[in-house]
Design a protein around this ligand. Sequence first.
Ligand SMILES: Nc1ncnc2c1ncn2[C@@H]1O[C@H](COP(=O)(O)OP(=O)(O)OP(=O)(O)O)[C@@H](O)[C@H]1O
Ligand SMILES: [Mg+2]
Length: 385
Amino acid sequence: MEGSVSLDRLVRERRVLITVGAGGVGKTTTAAALALAAAREGRNVLCLTIDPARRLAQSLGLEEMGAEAVTVDASVFARANIEVKGSLTAAMLDTKRTFDDLIVKHSSSKEKAERLLNNKLYKYISASLAGTQEYMAMEKLVEVKADPRWDLVVLDTPPTANALDFLDAPERLIGMLDSAAMKWFQDAFESSGKFSLNILAKGASAVLKGIGKLTGGGLLEAMAELISELNELFGGFKERARHVEKTLRSPDVAFVLVTSPSPPSIKEVLYFADRLAEANMPRGAFVVNRMRRAPAFSGDVTTADAQKGIDARALALEDGAAERLAEAHGDATKMAALDARNVQAITAAATGGVPVVRVAERATDVHDVAMLADLGEVLVRGGDL
Ligand SMILES: Nc1ncnc2c1ncn2[C@@H]1O[C@H](COP(=O)(O)OP(=O)(O)OP(=O)(O)O)[C@@H](O)[C@H]1O
Ligand SMILES: [Mg+2]
C-alpha cells in the first residue's frame, strides 16, 4: 500500500517506539522483541520497560534490573547464537524517582525541592496516585529521547485497565493537582493558617477519599503545603505536559498498537488508534499477538483420518484417541478462523498504510533470548500467520 511503513523500517529508522494496548496482551514482550531486533540491526537501543516478567529479565541477565540502565552482556547473545551488531540496554521505569527529578529540576531553590520531596503527601502522590506512572513514563521518554547514547528508545507502557489512561495521563494529573477541590484546600489553609474542622466538614471528604491510605496527624497541613508548592511549579508542569505531547507528535516517534485477537482488546486498541489519529500522533503498526494457528491441514479431519495417522506412526494410544484427535483438530481450526475473523476489524481500520502484523501464539510464554529474537524476527518480517 502506498505510504506503508513496515515494522522493519520503523525499527531501523525511528527514534522512539511506544507499545500500547490493553492489559496482558504482550506490550512488554513486544517492546523487548522490537528492541532486540533493532539492536541486531546495529542500533544502540534503550528499552524502557515496566515490570517485565521475571523470567524474561532473568534470561537477559537483568535480575537486578532497576532504574539504572543495564546493558545486556554480549555473552548472553553469544550463548544463544544470536548476532547483535548494536547493543541492548534495559531499564525499568522508576515512577517516584522520575517525579523526584522533575521536582528538583523545576524548583526555584534546593530547599524548596527538599521540602516538597519530604512532604508525606507528595510521597503518596508520587508513588501511587492514578495516572502518575503513565505521566512519568512520558517524562522519562522526553528525557531519554534527547540522550545521544540511544539511536532508538522503545518504551513499554503500564498495564492500565484502559489504554486511554495513558494518553490522558498528563492532563489528568495536572487537572487533579489543579482541581477546584485542591484550590479550595489551599485557600482554606492560606486564609486561616490552619484548617478548622468546620471547614473540613464542608466538603473535604471527596478529596480525602482519593488519598484514603494516608492517615495520622498533619495530613491537612501536608496537603496545603504540597498544593501551594506544586502550584508554584505548575507553570513548569503545564509546559512540561505540552512538551511531552509535542514529543509524541514528532515524526520520529511511532506507536505500536498491541492487541490480542479477542474482541474486547481489539475494541480498546481501535479506540486508542482513533485517539492517536485525532491527536495527530503517529500510528506505527498494529500487532495482533497470540493468534491461534490453524492446524497444518485445515480441512475436515474424520476419526478415520486420525486413526490412519496414529497407525502410520505406530503410536500406542488409548481407545477414543482418534475421536478426540479429530475433534481437537476441528476445534483448533475453528479457533484460528475465529481469530482471523476478529482481526478483520483491525485491517478495516488500518488505513493510511499502517501495517497489521499477526503473531502466532507460542507454545510457552516468551522467556528466553532465543524466543525473544525469534519474535523480533517475526515482527520485522511482518508476522508469521
Ligand atoms: N505470542 C506469544 N505467545 C505466547 N506467550 C506470549 C506471547 N506474547 C506474550 N506472551 C506471554 O504473555 C504474558 C504477558 O505478556 P506481557 O507481559 O508482554 O504483556 P503486557 O501487555 O506487558 O502485560 P501487562 O499489561 O500486565 O503489562 C507473558 O508471560 C508473555 O511471555
Ligand atoms: Mg507489561
